[in-house]
Design a protein around this ligand. Sequence first.
Ligand code: C5P
Length: 398
Amino acid sequence: MAEQSVLLIVGGGIAAYKALELVRLLRKAGIGVRCILTRAGAQFVTPLSLSALSENKVFADLFSLTDEAEMGHIELSRASDLVVVAPATADLMAKAAHGQADDLASTTLLATDKRVLMAPAMNVRMWLHPATQRNLATLKSDGVLLVGPDEGAMACGEFGPGRMAEPEVIFAAIQAALAGPAARPLAGKRALVTAGPTLEPIDPVRFLSNRSSGKQGYAIAEALAQLGAEVVLVSGPTALPAPVGVSRVEVETAQEMLVASQSALPVDVAVLVAAVADWRPTQPAARKIKKFGAAPAPITLVENPDILATLSAQGPMRPQLVIGFAAETNDLDHNSQAKLARKGCDWVVANDVSQEGVMGGDSNTVSILSRDGVERWETADKGAVARRLAAKIAETIH
Ligand code: C5P
């Protein structure tokens, strides 16, 4: 296959330094890079750095005769598979949204018929300004793809949304955008994934929970997104970052997880990986429970809603495919078959957690049980299990 190639427009913001790392990642993956550096961008990074890393000439000036003779602005976009703007400043976004064309970057954005991916980067108030938000809505409806911005500390000393996504995250978004439709069999499909533990309060400082790390659920959410699905990840408390292209809803209790999961409907597939606490303290104390004398106060428990069983019986809103997980320490097949029947789901992914290191570990040995029988999969890392499961889901739903 011919080398894929990206036209990278580097705008004028402090995040431009991250564009250098992005170019390095792209070249390492064998993706060709040509750069356009705006006048403001050149205040932050030099054409020499970009040209050394991209192994290509850097373009800057619309009215340069030699540049236009070598490769004009039309040809620049024609020769690329994707146009990436990183950092996409408020000004570049405004120009692109309004079709303004007064320099090489904005003229190229107006002249291109290739897909455009923008990684916005700006001060939090500039990002939240209604003008930028209007421009963002326009760009989205024009089909511009977006990655980020992240929320966090900014070079200007403020905190909030506006930080450019990390180079690895932009790189993953570029790879997804470059992959053709065959690589995105779940495009147009919606998926719900639950992951992580739930946390059930005893009092304002204490809770009941479990050892689920969320790794397997997060890997599944990411694998489904990579195949093109629109993914809502309803997650209990974990230490994991939200996977690229997935919208995460953070919850604590099983009851909150149920509400968030039902709000995500309708979906085509629901993969319920969360280790939901079966029970919760009946009445969490409003104040911290004190240590009175010797006898500990008993904690009475009440059963939590079963999210898997509830979604499996959701009537017309039932997802086409509902998948549950079974973490068992004994009688795996028997218990998993019973679970399939009891919960009313379509598949149960069964894993034996009696072996050390599965909970919180990086690999997993699973079997897929359906009414048609059992498929046993060899031990693989959780990412590989997730990709295989996502591929099986893509073959099954239509
Ligand atoms: O009943 P058990 O907890 O073994 O079932 C595990 C499966 O059911 C997992 O898919 C889990 O996400 C789901 N589950 C649920 N709501 C509960 C309990 C389990 O969705 N309250």
